[in-house]
Design a protein around this ligand. Structure first.
Ligand SMILES: Cc1cc2nc3c(=O)[nH]c(=O)nc-3n(C[C@H](O)[C@H](O)[C@H](O)COP(=O)(O)OP(=O)(O)OC[C@H]3O[C@@H](n4cnc5c(N)ncnc54)[C@H](O)[C@@H]3O)c2cc1C
Length: 278
């Protein structure tokens, strides 16, 4: 039996990519393919066609614009290991393996929208925004709220993620994750911090169905940072805020405990390293 070959578009500009998507709305967008290809292999997804972003040079690169770090959605994760934002750098450095980081892109990580993906807590802690482009133009939305459920986002049909913007800051930022091993294992739980002007902002991965942050947790973290509260208060605030999954990798109880430990660890690093001006 002959099977019709899936259609494959290889555009070279964002405009061409949007046109290819408009022509074939059921096509799957492929950036690095490190998520899409295993999904196809394991039959978690089917595809009627593909729009590859590999040749869209305009989607790659890191620049500084109006006090923001602007990262093209097609920028490989490997390039993020050298960006000025220490939280994003740290989250990128522990993603997969060197080979995966060479192919994987920031855009694929964001749009995959799974709660254990490395870059998501770092983007949430930093107050990142996203540039979403369609034939109608570009809109900018906060990353906070973009992921609506595991694997689901606010991306509209025919729209591409074109850039991620992070506010530049001179404070302290970091990311940490717990997994069964360091390489090639998704985070059992993860956390990121940005601490500036005496205030801490934390964000968590695999702490809920979507990336999570909480004003109560940030208030407890800031109080720990300036000595008004102790580690137990922050752990209690984290335990009250999170709603982690219970699965064969770890129980919800273990995750709740580990998230509190990671939060205290990051605030302690912010107090020590941040105080040293690094
Ligand atoms: C061996 C291995 C280890 C891994 N380890 C980790 C890990 O430790 N941590 C981690 O977070 N991830 C890990 N991953 C998952 C994966 O590498 C990352 O999520 C990666 O960032 C995905 O990027 P990509 O460019 O390959 O995405 P793709 O597979 O190309 O795409 C992923 C999704 O995003 C969509 N998409 C991509 N770009 C755009 C865009 N610009 N606009 C709209 N939609 C878009 C695609 O349609 C698809 O739905 C691992 C994968 C492998 C194979």
């Amino acid at each position: 039996m002959l099977l019709a070959a899936p259609r494959f578009a290889l555009p070279e500009t964002v405009t061409e990519a949007l046109a290819a998507l408009a022509e074939r709305p059921d096509a799957v967008v492929v950036a690095g393919g490190t998520e899409v290809m295993p999904d196809l292999l394991w039959r978690n997804r089917t595809a009627a066609g593909f729009v590859s972003l590999r040749r869209v040079a305009g989607l790659r690169g890191v620049s500084s614009v109006d006090g923001e770090l602007v990262v093209g959605a097609g920028t490989p994760v490997a390039a993020l290991t050298a960006v000025p934002d220490a939280g994003l750098r740290s989250a990128a450095s522990s993603l997969g393996t060197p080979l995966v980081r060479t192919e994987a892109t920031i855009g694929g990580n964001v749009v995959s929208a799974l709660p254990y993906r490395n870059l998501l807590p770092a983007l949430l802690a930093s107050g990142a925004t996203l540039e979403l482009t369609s034939a109608a133009g570009t809109r900018t939305v906060p990353f906070d709220g973009f992921v609506t459920a595991p694997g689901r986002t606010g991306l509209a049909e025919g729209e591409l993620l074109t850039a991620v913007r992070l506010p530049a800051h001179t404070g302290f930022a970091d990311y940490t994750k717990v997994g069964r091993r360091n390489a090639q294992f998704v985070a059992t739980v993860s956390a990121a911090i940005v601490s500036r002007d005496g205030a801490a902002r934390l964000a968590f991965g695999n702490a809920a169905p979507t990336p999570l942050r909480s004003d109560d947790v940030d208030a407890a973290a800031t109080a720990l940072l300036d000595g008004r509260a102790d580690a137990g208060d922050l752990r209690a605030a984290v335990a009250a805020a999170v709603d982690p999954p219970d699965d064969p990798i770890a129980s919800a109880g273990y995750r709740r405990h580990a998230l509190g430990v990671l939060a205290v660890r990051l605030v302690t690093r912010a107090a020590v390293d941040g105080g040293l001006g690094s």
